[in-house]
Design a protein around this ligand. Structure first.
Ligand SMILES: NC(=O)C1=CN([C@@H]2O[C@H](COP(=O)(O)OP(=O)(O)OC[C@H]3O[C@@H](n4cnc5c(N)ncnc54)[C@H](O)[C@@H]3O)[C@@H](O)[C@H]2O)C=CC1
Ligand SMILES: O=C(O)[C@@H]1CCC=N1
Length: 269
């Protein structure tokens, strides 16, 4: 389907999506971008051959608008767009927290809205994008969102009531793994390894574990048991992780992320 798509507020996520769409075969001629700073717009034009426009121009000319500004900037953007968005435009929000009803209340009656929570591995086509439709989004609208975000990784449709949880697990998810790699690299330093070697060892362990999780079909407990030899090294480490409440800390951490997503919905900046 030939569609003009505009990415509004092309920062980290907007650029990741834009570059992925071009890798997936979208023509730059069909892609519009908006940016707050003119230098940023120039960079995007030079880097991808896309056309920078104003938010109002994007609203008038694109078939699909993808809003990728921070939740705290969404109010101002929607206010600016509202007079220009015809009710047949598909509006896709990539923002954490903000429900589809927020847009439905502020845009023309009947505007189809789709909410998507993606993540930064979109940059390497390994995103997980979690998709929910608002009141006026029909299967064709959801299919467009799935086509766009499917270009940068996997997609999953969920009821909107699960979006805050999905944001905690998947939107923020990569950060937890980077945090673990950072901490385990520090452990390597403590154990006397050079930093670069410690980093490489842990990153490769992470990649190997991730591929096994994805491809083996085994439960993570089984995979961990296979590493954990009787009276071996791993069980000593696991005992320390349990002693320090790491499992409980992770559960609490993700619950806190879910709660923050809910707060963003209620406009707490
Ligand atoms: N960074 C992440 O890992 C993820 C972020 N998200 C969501 O994606 C959205 C964007 O996040 P990032 O890309 O990290 O933020 P960012 O700050 O890198 O990008 C947002 C961009 O929007 C621009 N902007 C703000 N108001 C504007 C306006 N009125 N007109 C034009 N441009 C405007 C800003 O100048 C900035 O370049 C957020 O809503 C966030 O919740 C979702 C999943 C993951
Ligand atoms: O931290 C955040 O609010 C954004 C949304 C999910 C990942 N990053």
């Amino acid at each position: 389907m030939t569609q003009k798509v505009a990415v509004l507020g092309t920062g980290k996520i907007g650029e990741a999506l834009l570059s992925g769409m071009i890798r997936a075969g979208w023509s730059p001629a069909d892609l519009l971008v908006t940016a707050r700073r003119p230098e940023r717009a120039d960079t995007l034009r030079e880097r991808y051959g896309v056309t920078p426009v104003t938010n109002a121009e994007a609203a008038k000319t694109a078939d699909t608008l993808i809003l990728t500004v921070k939740p705290q900037d969404m109010g101002a953007l929607v206010e600016e767009l509202a007079p220009h968005v015809p009710a047949d435009r598909l509006v896709i929000s990539g923002a954490a927290g903000i429900p589809t009803a927020y847009f439905e209340e502020r845009l023309a009656a009947g505007t189809p809205v789709v909410r998507v929570m993606t993540n930064t591995p979109a940059l390497v086509d390994e995103a997980m994008s979690v998709i929910s439709g608002g009141t006026h989004a029909n299967p064709a609208h959801l299919a467009i969102a799935q086509e766009i975000f499917g270009g940068v990784g996997k997609t999953l449709r969920v009821p909107e009531s699960q979006q805050d949880a999905a944001t905690a697990l998947s939107g923020s998810g990569p950060a937890y793994f980077y945090f673990l790699v950072e901490a385990m690299t520090d452990a390597g330093i403590l154990l006397g390894l050079p930093r670069s070697q410690a980093h490489d060892l842990i990153v490769q362990a992470a990649i190997g574990a991730a591929v096994m999780l994805r491809d083996s079909g085994e439960h993570p407990v089984k995979l961990r048991e296979a590493v954990t030899s009787p009276a071996g090294t791993t069980i000593n480490a696991i005992r320390e992780l349990e002693n320090h409440g790491v499992r409980a800390a992770l559960i609490a951490a993700l619950e806190a992320a879910r709660d923050r997503s809910r707060e963003l919905a209620s406009g707490k900046g």
